[in-house]
Ligand binder design. Structure first.
Ligand code: BGC
Length: 682
């Protein structure tokens, strides 16, 4: 009999349910602690998994209790959210997606996994793979953006990076793809609200990143908090059991979201905890995170015949197999040998990735790179190092983060700073001082935007403008600037609807939340040491009323025609986004030509690229497809590929992409974003 069969045969019901339970460790000011109650539960084998405990010493201490003092010596599984870095904080996923570079995506996941493993962790609740087209939803910050093809490529890269080919690897952690599925489509962009969508939309847009995650061998998957078409995802047997396990072939562990099993009562589908637990287990949820519904409810559910012992055993088997694959039985202390911190290499990577994730939205008259030496750095985000971590700061420490002010000052520029206003609030008393600084400067850098926690979980916004009185500050600065260059560095966890700000600024750099090396990365781009190359992975609306706005719309029967009133349009705003998907300027000047498709299956597509500018830079080319299918409407554009090319001034190159040959009539489009494209029929 193998280890797992033997253990299952020996386990009491309480011990089995312990393996199906994940509890949070408390986090004291001085570091992670476990309450005496939880320690006793670990000793008695009735808690088998923990979240939110990290660090070599505390994880080793707690693992020792499980391994040495519990009856069956089963090691704990320790998980933590490392959404965009652990000790080293990288740009938020929405920003990192804008690199359009799978090797780079993988490299940050690799460093994150090494750091997590060094801190004694075995699993991270990442990557987040929810396609999101609604910037009101705060969790768009955690996502790879609006497109399914990008989400799928992101899934592959992240899972490769986290799991490193083998979960037994000492520097690997199990990835947990989340939140399955369609969470990004919450009604009205309001956090935790229900979702409704067609089967076609689900399968073509929201499901593929999870399919990719399964193909990439993801160890775990977390269902979304939300309900989809009337059925809560935590109890969604058709989508968890039939589609995820049956159709996609996922045989790993399904972990509920935080307290989600108990919330089945709020959804109104369970009458008590026993019913909630039974629904989740039957749907395929193996681990109950933070509800205690399995420990308290499943014994009752067994008595009521709502579940059978085989259902419980099947989940226990999956959890123990994961622990086995992580090599925890062999050597429970193999991860967490020494507390990890940031290294020079991880910082260098954060700086490089941080710079490449910045999206230059606008650069009139090439005011960037900066020619001026005397800079007024105005705004509440100029000297806000800890905000740079973004909504999932992981184990990153605020004091390790470099602010814009620090980064720019280190370049030797003469930088003076005044915040003017706070990120939020009504106080305008600091504006006068800020304006005085502007009067004395050659160029003005306006560092504006959201606080880190205005995006992320439970951070939906109904307004997508600048919070507080920042727009007033900006207006006053524009008045005062009198022709001096005004460069906006915009921090946010989502695209903001700021047309007025954009139209008045000479240059706008979308910084998102760049992570711990923010100030250095931003200084590198502002000074021209690095040419910006980030592309927005999500469309920017002009106004909230356009949301959801995305490039993959279907044409409709009355597509917009400026000469025909009875076509699809707003009477008070144009249809187009403020910035389309893929938009992002560089310091180069690229021309694309000669798009051609070579026969064959897969189809080979080539396009020539020339840098006619004066700066070396990196161009990104997107390949879109429009296909016709009998009887069904198709999106105007479907993304099928992307590639980058670095070219010096006057240098030419060719980008080659391949895609499965579409059947029937189709047209290919290639270009630097979803709005300006070359096309060819195939
Ligand atoms: C979030 C998850 C996260 C979990 C554990 C929940 O509130 O929705 O994304 O993994 O907490 O921290």
């Amino acid at each position: 009999m193998g280890r797992i069969d033997r253990l299952i045969a020996e386990m009491t019901l309480a011990e089995k349910l312990g393996q199906l339970t994940m509890t949070a460790a408390d986090y004291a000011v001085t570091g992670p602690v476990i309450t005496p109650l939880s320690e006793d539960a670990i000793r008695s084998g009735t808690i088998g998994n923990l979240l939110n405990l990290y660090g070599a010493a505390p994880t080793r201490r707690i693992q020792k209790i499980a391994v040495e003092e519990s009856r069956l010596h089963i090691p704990l599984l320790l998980g933590f959210d490392a959404l965009h870095g652990h000790r080293t904080v990288f740009p938020i996923p929405l920003a990192e997606a804008g690199l359009f570079d799978p090797a780079a995506w993988e490299s940050t996941a690799r460093v994150t996994a090494e750091e997590c493993a060094g801190d004694g962790l075995h699993m991270t609740f990442a990557p987040m793979l929810d396609v999101s087209r609604d910037p009101r939803w705060g969790r768009i910050a955690e996502s790879p953006g609006e497109d399914s093809f990008v989400g799928s490529a992101f899934a592959w890269a992240k899972i490769r990076g986290f799991q490193n080919g083998s979960l037994a690897d000492i520097g690997a952690v199990a990835a947990c793809a989340k939140h399955y599925v369609a969470y990004g489509a919450v009604t009205a962009g309001r956090e935790y609200s229900p979702t409704d969508m067609s089967e076609g939309m689900l399968r073509e847009v929201y499901l593929p990143p999870f399919r990719a995650a399964v193909e990439a061998g993801v160890a775990a998957i977390m269902p979304a908090f939300t309900d989809l078409n009337d059925v809560p995802m935590t109890a969604n047997a058709p989508l968890l059991r039939d589609v995820l396990r049956g159709e996609l072939g996922f045989d790993g562990v399904i972990i509920s979201d935080y307290h989600a099993v108990a919330e089945l009562l709020n959804h109104g589908v369970a009458g008590d905890l026993a019913e909630a637990a039974a629904l989740a287990l039957k749907a395929g949820v193996d681990i109950d995170m933070m509800s205690d519904a399995y420990r308290l409810g499943l014994p009752v559910a067994l008595q009521r015949n709502l579940v059978a012992m085989e259902d419980i055993d099947a989940s226990v088997r999956r959890v123990l197999s994961l622990k086995e694959r992580l090599d925890l039985f062999q050597d429970p202390y193999r991860r967490g040998r020494a507390d990890t911190g940031m290294t020079a290499q991880s910082r260098a990577l954060a700086r490089a990735i941080g710079a490449r994730a910045l999206v230059l939205l606008k650069n009139d008259a090439n005011v960037l790179p900066l020619a001026a030496r005397k800079i007024a750095a105005i705004g509440p985000l100029a000297d806000a190092g800890s905000e740079m971590r973004g909504p999932w700061g992981g184990a990153g420490r605020p004091e390790d983060c470099v602010s814009v002010l620090q980064g720019l000052t280190q370049t030797g520029l003469d930088v003076r700073h005044a915040p003017g206003v706070a990120i939020d609030g009504d106080d305008l008393s600091g504006v006068a001082t800020a304006l005085d600084l502007c009067a004395d400067a050659d160029a003005i850098l306006l560092c504006l935007g959201e606080a880190a926690l205005m995006s992320g979980e439970a951070a939906s916004r109904a307004h997508l403008g600048l919070p507080g009185r920042q727009q007033d500050l900006a207006d006053a600065v524009f008045e005062k600037a009198a022709g001096k260059p005004v460069i906006v560095v915009l921090f946010s966890g989502r695209p903001l609807a700021v047309p007025k700000l954009v139209s008045r600024a000479h240059a706008v750099l979308a910084a998102w939340f760049p992570g711990c090396e923010a100030g250095h990365a931003i200084a590198d781009v502002l000074t021209g040491k690095v040419s910006p190359s980030g592309r927005t992975a999500v469309s920017w609306p002009r106004a909230v009323g356009q949301v959801p706005i995305f490039f993959g719309e279907r044409p409709g029967g009355r597509p917009f025609n400026p000469n025909d009133h009875f076509t699809s349009h707003y009477s008070d705003l144009e249809n187009t986004p403020l910035f389309p998907f893929g938009h992002g300027l560089t310091y180069g000047d690229f021309e694309l030509s000669n798009l051609r498709a070579l026969p064959g299956d897969p189809l080979t597509v080539k396009v020539d690229v020339e840098n006619r500018g004066a700066h070396a830079a990196e161009e990104t080319v997107f390949l879109f497809l429009n296909q016709k299918r009998p009887g069904v409407t198709r999106p105007l554009l479907e993304l099928k590929g992307f590639e980058k090319i670095a070219l010096r001034p006057s240098e030419r190159g060719t980008i080659t992409l391949t895609l499965p040959r579409p059947t029937g009539q189709a047209e290919l489009f290639a270009g630097p974003n979803a709005a300006s494209l070359l096309s060819v029929s195939i």
